[in-house]
Design a binder for this molecule. Structure first.
Ligand code: NAD
Ligand code: THR
Length: 343
């Protein structure tokens, strides 16, 4: 089968590998669509993310969907021809965090496209059937692939305990921020204010349903939030940019007794923050890491039309042009690039 592998920063090589056989409990999936994630771009540009270093050729891509081509022994819930989306992390199932149900925090998780684990820019992937989810006819594999970033957003909305009528500030209008806005609205948020530093991203966020937007490179976030909430502060802040200035400003933007959830990953290891304000305002200040138990809900949101992931996709290109697709995905206006695998 054809694969595309990152051999060094900025270099993809098209290679032939043996098609995998599904082991007992696995399905073999003919991959049709893979979204390009910011972490794929980071590995492509830098060959590493923190301690995860690409030392051997690595197949990137973890936002994937396709068609079941074969099933391994013991798999009864799928049959060839079924369309599925793949949850990219398979946890150990045995550690304390897995036993507690927090499997997204498993230290031994095998996560697609995270060295040394390969991802989905390949014609076929053999994957644990327990981490595959059937797509109904009304949900395409192109949309189904984006159950992954939608899952990140659903988990954030849950961590934030978004309640009916809440005012929510989402910092960052990349794919994660866009989908967080959608997940917050689906959870009942009354208003969603979106901040960014790129005007075209804010225009996209407004088209996508943001109640209001603020360009924090040009306007004061505090003034905008005050105006938006009559000086109270928002109920929930979701930090989805990873920008240090944005992380710091969360504490000012949220109301007393409100909730801040950071999903963005900063370039810095440490960011000074007003800890006394966190205490004085009695904030719930949390992180959100990947997702757990979100895929069924992601598929359901797409099936019901409660979330439209198509609107964040800027382009679709074939896997045979993966370098061009990655170069295009780095353009500042682009929110999400999609790769078509196979015919
Ligand atoms: N915690 C997790 O599980 C998880 C999962 C996926 C992504 N992430 C992280 O979430 C963040 C968002 O992911 P993405 O793919 O949408 O990234 P992205 O880079 O596409 O989007 C970030 C957006 O933030 C904007 N931005 C920059 N400075 C800003 C500022 N000061 N205020 C407001 N917005 C600002 C950028 O213009 C951009 O539109 C990244 O840091 C990513 O690493 C975390
Ligand atoms: C969760 C996933 O989208 C993220 N890029 C990660 O590797 O953790």
């Amino acid at each position: 089968m054809q694969t595309v592998e990152l051999t060094e920063p900025g270099v993809f090589e098209h290679r032939e590998r043996d098609r995998p056989d599904p082991a007992p409990g696995e399905i073999l999936v003919r991959v049709t669509h893979v979204g390009i994630c910011g972490s794929d771009i980071h590995y492509y540009e830098h060959g590493r993310i923190g301690d995860y270093v690409v030392e051997e050729p690595l197949i990137l891509g973890h936002e994937s969907a396709g068609e079941v081509a074969a099933v391994g022994d013991g798999v009864t819930e799928f049959e060839p021809g079924d369309e599925v989306t793949l949850e990219p992390g398979v946890p150990c199932g045995e550690c304390a965090r897995c036993r507690a149900g927090e499997y997204n925090l498993c230290p031994d998780v095998e996560f697609m496209a995270t060295p040394p684990d390969h991802g989905a820019f390949a014609e076929y992937v053999a994957w644990d059937a327990d981490f595959a989810y059937g797509l109904p006819e009304s949900v395409s594999t192109r949309a189904g692939a984006l159950c992954e970033p939608l899952s990140v957003a659903i988990h954030v909305a849950r961590r934030a305990d978004v309640e009916l009528g809440d005012s929510v500030l989402v910092s960052g209008a990349g794919p994660i921020g866009m989908l967080v806005g959608e997940a917050a609205r689906a959870a009942g948020a009354g208003s969603v204010l979106v901040s960014d530093v790129v005007e075209t991203k804010l225009e996209r966020a407004a088209e996508y349903g943001a109640t209001a937007t603020v360009n924090v490179a040009e306007e004061s976030l505090t003034d905008t939030v005050d105006e938006f909430t009559d000086g109270e502060g928002v109920d929930v802040v979701i930090e989805a940019s990873g920008a240090a200035q944005s992380v710091k400003s969360t504490v000012d933007a949220v109301r007393r007794g409100g909730t801040v959830v950071c999903v963005g990953l900063a370039a810095e290891d440490e960011i000074p923050i007003q800890t006394n304000e966190i205490v004085d305002k009695e904030l719930d200040f949390k992180g959100s890491f990947r997702f757990r138990n979100t895929y069924d809900d992601a598929v359901s949101l797409l099936e019901r039309g409660a979330v439209d992931v198509e609107r964040i996709i800027d382009f679709e290109m074939p896997m045979s042009d993966l370098t061009a697709a990655f170069e295009r995905a780095t353009e500042p206006d682009v929110v999400k690039g999609m790769v078509r695998v196979g015919e």
